[in-house]
Design a binder for this molecule. Structure first.
Ligand code: SF4
Ligand code: SF4
Length: 483
């Protein structure tokens, strides 16, 4: 039996998590919530804090996502409502391979950047109507892509939300992993990747799905060679397919997958994935840019830009902020830190390989900032939803705008929230420093002085945390509140 703690073996919780119906129920619940968001977005009040489309996606869902990632793992891909339409799309029998040129994270990264830019440029969080249309377009995109392409193309190469989860889930304390390597070594069917067929003896071609009774991993993660959480949607198809009950939800040291560079099934080596490195770095920096957009200095900067250069378009100002803060600055820092490490370590590999390898050290500090930011909004305004739901049923609708205490209800005493957010950020920073050190030890051994080669990555993580602490202590626009 594996020595690692296995959440599936926990009494009561384990069997529920592992039961096939649990995922379906979660998906149906999130589909119902998505429908409520769309209907309220189109037909409800135009004021975001009084509309489910202004609250559920931008306050509650984001808060629950980071909390789930912190405590367990990628539970939101597990409960994803788009999976239901993806399953429907499979009836059309789409079996086209995803284009080779798009088999990377560049497309998802581009979509994420467009989303974050549009979020600020068009104040999507303040527009229930836009939020409803974006939700609908997401369902349509998932359906169309999976109606045409084989496997989980939408999840693996397109979905911006899923890629946020993939990029932050290395910080999670659990992973879907094999319990006993020896069992896999003697396994002849490999159903975890191939899928389980009614008559396994006749099936060698896994594209022939005629008598498939259980999917294998559609993300192409082969359990014995899978490392960590990257690309894993926690769908548990592999768990249900394995004939030996050899896959668990196993505890691990959060972040430990970041300092190993062994070849991973469905992913490859981190050092050979500049696209994946770019995704985690951009998401790390966007965490800070996104928070910057909500504080008073951002408004003063916009006023300065308007006075000096006459640029008043929020779309242009947001574009400049993202090009500088989420692209140019991180690129310059990654290349500078990579050049330092490569030179001191006398590493003969190309700069992009070294930089890609080390860039993953910033995952924890980025996650710490996302956690701090999203939890601040969630804890400050989390109880708002009760009054909004009440108003939808006509309980207090007339009185709501006149009862600000109802719509500003926080989930914790407000004086606790900022220290908690700072704690998340600082723990993330310390974890990044530690991951950078461990990468140094892995790559060059202790004799090469892992601290010196890792120093720029550590210092930048500390600098980011300092910036984050400044951001979190500024008066922040409380989106989701009537102010
Ligand atoms: S996880 Fe299960 S199906 Fe996959 S190789 Fe191991 S024993 Fe076989
Ligand atoms: S089937 Fe693949 S994506 Fe789903 S839980 Fe298993 S490894 Fe993760």
């Amino acid at each position: 039996v594996s020595a690692r703690f296995d959440l599936f073996r926990l009494p009561a919780v384990g069997p529920v998590l592992r039961w096939r119906g649990t995922r379906r129920i979660l998906q149906v619940v999130s589909l119902a919530l998505a429908l409520a968001v769309m209907l309220d977005g189109w037909f409800g009040p135009d004021v975001a804090p009084l509309n489910l489309a202004g609250l559920i996606p931008w306050v509650h869902w984001r808060g629950f996502v980071v909390l789930a990632l912190l405590l367990v793992g990628n539970l939101f891909c597990m409960a994803c409502p788009f999976m239901l339409v993806r399953r429907g799309a499979k009836w059309f029998g789409g079996n086209t391979p995803w284009p080779r040129a798009l088999r990377s994270k560049w497309l998802a990264l581009g979509l994420l950047l467009v989303f974050f830019w549009a979020y600020e440029a068009f104040d999507i969080w303040a527009s229930p109507w836009l939020t409803a249309w974006i939700t609908l377009s997401y369902f349509v995109a998932a359906f169309l892509i999976d109606a045409v392409f084989r496997g989980a193309a939408f999840c693996k190469y397109v979905c911006p939300i899923g890629h946020f989860h993939f990029a932050t889930s290395p910080a999670s304390p659990f992973e879907v992993a094999v319990r006993e390597a020896d069992v896999c070594a003697t396994c002849t069917t490999k159903d975890c990747i191939r899928g389980r067929f009614a008559d396994p003896s006749t099936k060698t071609d896994k594209t022939d799905k005629a008598d498939l009774i259980q999917n294998g991993c559609e993300l192409w993660l082969f359990q014995p060679r899978k490392v960590g959480n990257l690309d894993c949607t926690f769908c548990l198809d592999c768990v249900h397919a394995c004939p030996h009950d050899n896959i668990g939800l196993l505890a691990r040291v959060p972040g430990s997958e970041l300092w190993t560079d062994r070849w991973r099934s469905g992913v490859g080596r981190l050092s050979e994935r500049p696209d994946l490195a770019a995704l985690v770095v951009v998401l790390c920096f966007v965490a800070f840019v996104n928070a910057f957009g909500m504080i008073a200095p951002a408004e003063r900067l916009a006023a300065f830009v308007s006075d000096q250069w006459g640029i008043t378009s929020p779309a242009l100002i947001a574009l400049a902020t993202f090009v500088v803060g989420a692209m140019a600055v991180p690129l310059a820092l990654v290349l500078a830190a990579g050049a330092w490490t490569r030179r001191l370590a006398e590493d003969p590999r190309p700069l992009v390989t070294v930089a890609s390898r080390w860039a993953f050290a910033w995952v924890p500090v980025g996650f710490g900032m996302w956690l701090a930011h999203h939890m601040t909004h969630f804890l400050m305004t989390g109880a708002t939803v009760f009054s909004v739901v009440a108003s939808r049923f006509g309980v207090t609708s007339k009185d709501l705008p006149a009862q600000p205490t109802l719509v500003r209800a926080s989930l914790l005493p407000e004086s606790w929230i900022q220290p908690l957010a700072l704690l998340f950020l600082e723990v993330g920073m310390l974890a990044s420093v530690y991951v950078a050190y461990r990468i140094g030890v892995r790559e060059y051994g202790r004799s090469k002085n892992a601290v010196v080669v890792a120093l720029p990555w550590m210092l930048i993580a500390i600098g980011l945390a300092a910036v984050g602490a400044w951001l979190l202590t500024q008066p922040m626009q409380m989106r989701g509140m009537l102010t």
